[in-house]
Design a binder for this molecule. Sequence first.
Ligand code: PEP
Ligand code: MG
Length: 843
Amino acid sequence: MLDIPGFTPVTPTADIRVARHGNRAKCLQRLIRMDLPVPQTVAIPFATVREIAEGQMPDLATLIGLFEGEPMLLSVRSSSEAADWGGPNAVLNIGMNDAAHGWLSKTLGHAAADKLYLRFIRSFAIEVMRLDEEPFDAAKTPSEACIIYEEEIDDPFPQSIADQLAAVLRSMARAWDGTSARLLRQAKGAPGDAGLGLVVQRMAQGMGPGQSGSGVVQFVNPATGEPKVTGRYMGQAMGRRDLRNSDKAIYLTRDERGPSLEDLLPEVYGELLKVGARCRKRLREEMQVEFTIDQGRLAVLDAVRCPREARASVAIAAALARDGIIPRSEALLRVSPDTLSRLLHRQVDPGAERVVLARGIAASPGAAAGRIVFDSAAAQAAQSRDEACILVRRETSPDDVRGMHAADAVLTERGGTTSHAAVIARGLGLPCVTGAIGLHVSHKKRRVILADGRVLREGDEITVDGSTGEVMEGRVATTEPALNGAFGDLMAWSDDVRDIGIRVNADTVADATLSRTFGVDGIGLCRTEHMFFESGRLTVMREMIFAETGADRAAALDRLLPMQRDDFTALFSLMSGLPVCIRLLDPPLHEFLPNETDGIRSLAEALDRPLSEVKARIESMQEYNPMLGMRGVRLGIALPEIYEMQARAIFEATVAALAKGVDVRPEIMIPLVTARREVELVKRRLDGVAAKVRDETGVDFDYDLGVMVETPRAALRAGEIAEQAAFLSFGTNDLTQMTYGLSRDDAGRFMSAYVNEGVYPEDPFGTLDVEGVGELLLLGASRGRKANPKVILGLCGEHGGNPESIAFCRFAGFDYVSCSPFRVPVAKLAAAQATILAAKKAD
Ligand code: PEP
Ligand code: MG
């Protein structure tokens, strides 16, 4: 093997490494090993390029001496460690001088030789020597261009290939060190000290007598990933730039719209197909191949990973695994959870023009366009007209849930990743942007004032992208979700691999039905309060809240009981054989009460009370800090009849479901626990209700009682709490809120500033804070397990759908995570990836 300091000829056996020579050099070596017709290539490693930038050239005479042929023309391309870190543009035809021009005039003719030489002088002057472009616009011949060059630089145009090459290498090496290049690659994940390699390659001319030209080919459709030969070829052309800028390019495969390479050079076309098949098999990837045809002979210049959209990357990974080219585990690792999430939702068309009006927190993925509405009534009216609408609110409350059902997307001025709008929207699969910066919503005046003072009114069209947090003007084109066979394969393979359960946060039969189509391991959180917001129920709920006597409250609860029982029976039947975890009522009661005059008036009518009295009652129920007030288990202790009604509904539904042959053993979960005694008190009452229902029905059944660990104290005291519980489910939304002392509904206002300033690495409501909240999770889990080794551990906060958080839970030995229905596929893939990576690490 040749051992030349500073560079390495790329041969099948040379020691070429991605970490030393870059991705392109390694890929070219693989192509050479596959016996593809790759022109002679030399790789310059990162270390040498660094020296070049500092002014120290390697032995270029030796390097040039490695190449053979006449005329001696070379190209230099960048070779960074990861293909998407970029690098300076390629420089072609180095070595073009008066002698080469004379030689080419004889073989290609004067015109072609002139064109090549003129082009090279221009690109050398402008891209390498960084001269102004303008003076060269006037040059019509190489000699004119040489004169301009000399005038500008006070030196003749270099005729020596070594001088030209030295200038090119120096310019590329220094460009890599430029600030903007560094920032660009760092944005793509490159480390600060990422190196640049260069590859010097003998030019395979796409210009010459007979059939000569350049082309680019790929073997799949970049949008769908389906097998299809696509690309372009152009006779008498050189490099990608020629292809991009010309309308003379022809089709590759036979096409009735015009001439094709397949017609022109069927043999070369056949060879190209073989190159594609070989690359796919040996490089284990769909590649895009750059080639030239030199007088009918094919040369492969380069191959890069074929660019692809989300749908195509899933299809390609699945097809490679199905064809046995890569193992299934690798196919799973090749699809990012983010890509999968894009498949599940409508997306803004990447090529669409857009004017961004505002940016906020990307709270629920997907995109939708529609007319602005400001309340539920207007959203429902738009829905009845079959008109798409976007519900715009300062923030949402349970009162807006009807409107959210009717709307196509939600935009709020306030809020964050786990605020009301975000949680409900994710459950509904509705695009949502919260905490939109600089936006001011006036419900009364029915208008939105943007940060720059522009005003949007009801009926104006906007597009909301909940995947990026952008709010755009007008109707921006979107692409439909794509759940094809490849998606199904990935889900099935994820299920085979993952070793942590994925449950769903589902409150309704519709949620549960959807999540069963994705395949889940059960319901991890049914927030029963959402069941009370359906029309017909809210008024009864309000009557219950307003009841002054125990008898009045009992009467209202008696009316709610059958409604809840029917809900639970339906859920149990749908989820037969899988666990269903029902959380007892959690939010402060005033959340069920109206806060606008119209709503208060209709409540007064329903209750047959004076408006002033109803208003005063609502006011008296307001709390200074409702999220830390009368909610969760505190309701269960202070107003035990509510939990008793819910428990009865659950047990009666269990009996009804068992009678239908459904396999059910309900899980009941107590929210916002802080102390063991709370669990004991609720447990005693629930056991009492269970005993009564068994007695009344003569049916025996069992249930599991669990505790939501969502206060720091519950995590700290998890040992004694676990003694009373069959399972602990960590509610990381509240736990994050309380650990940070940070309101989940207001965090959106300053979160971007905090993340931009590096105070927090990420929004802790989106990605679990493994250092702080995570420590509480580890502590709670280990204390809980120590006191009760059989206790089941789960997580049901919004982090249950976040890939990093899922990996953490798996590492912490949790049995399951639970997330909103549309995040189930992403969670399954993330769980499978965490399992595969952990196994790889252990190897
Ligand atoms: C939580 O706090 O993490 C949780 C799941 O409950 P909620 O979001 O309903 O408060
Ligand atoms: Mg909670």
